[in-house]
Ligand binder design. Structure first.
Ligand code: DX5
Ligand code: ZN
Length: 225
């Protein structure tokens, strides 16, 4: 089983104190920092662009895991890579030429990922398993943090885990939305090894402890493999 990576999403952080919030997450053992980029077109909300990513780049040494919830992602790949993104995830639903987009992300020197929304079937990923480094399963409808986890996505995680095994490639299964101490055991049991957590990390009184609790909740129970 891959080492569990925790990727706190700054979407839920206090932006008036972002540097300190990110330092606390780093001190708490976060593996990546997850950046939710929204354009108000692919999703109803607007968040931030490459300029803020460049600022965040200066705040941490952790890998920046940039989640592009935007239309026309191809137009913006260079800018997000230039800004310091180490991983760039695009939505299958927003990329008509997905293989070319994923290849371009790799060409730019970032690790590519492909995300799918709750109603998008795992079968849409079949042809991209040979190219992607990561699959991101949205467990909420994208656009906002703090939403309720959709348990119907667990079945899809198991399907994708089987597709990863069949590919023979080292592909990470990332999950994003409503991940907290109660849903953590469900998603790791379903095969997730990379967990995005916004509210359950940053909307707490102790960011460091929140990350430790999440990691503990994701550990396999005694007697299970
Ligand atoms: C949705 C966002 C959220 C965020 C995490 O578009 O991608 O899923 O990262 O949200 P919570 O607060 O549910 O962890
Ligand atoms: Zn995200």
């Amino acid at each position: 089983m891959n080492k569990l990576y925790i990727a706190p999403s700054v979407l839920a952080a206090d932006f008036s104190n972002l540097g300190e919030q990110i330092s606390l997450a780093e001190a708490g053992g976060a593996d990546w920092i997850h950046l939710d980029i929204m354009d108000g077109r692919f999703v109803p909300n607007i968040t931030f662009g490459p300029m803020v990513v460049s600022a965040i780049r200066k705040m941490t040494k952790l890998p920046l895991d940039t989640h592009l919830m935007i239309a026309d992602a191809d137009k913006h790949l260079e800018a997000f890579r230039e800004a310091g993104s180490d991983r760039i995830t695009v939505h299958q639903e927003a990329c008509p030429h997905l293989q070319r987009t994923v290849a371009r992300i790799r060409e730019l020197g970032a690790k590519p990922g492909v995300a799918i929304n709750p109603a998008t079937p795992s079968s849409t990923l079949t042809e991209i398993m040979a190219d992607t480094e990561r699959v991101l399963v949205m467990t909420v409808n994208p656009g906002f943090g703090g939403q309720r986890f959709l348990p119907g996505t667990l079945k899809k995680m198991r399907e994708i885990k089987a597709m990863i095994k069949a590919s023979g490639r080292d592909i990470r299964l990332e999950v994003d939305g409503g991940v907290d101490a109660s849903t953590m055991p469900l998603v790791t049991a379903a095969g997730a090894d990379t967990l995005v957590a916004g509210t359950s990390v940053f909307r707490t009184t102790d960011i460091r402890r929140a990350i430790a609790e999440l990691r503990a909740a994701g550990k396999p129970k005694k007697g299970t493999k």
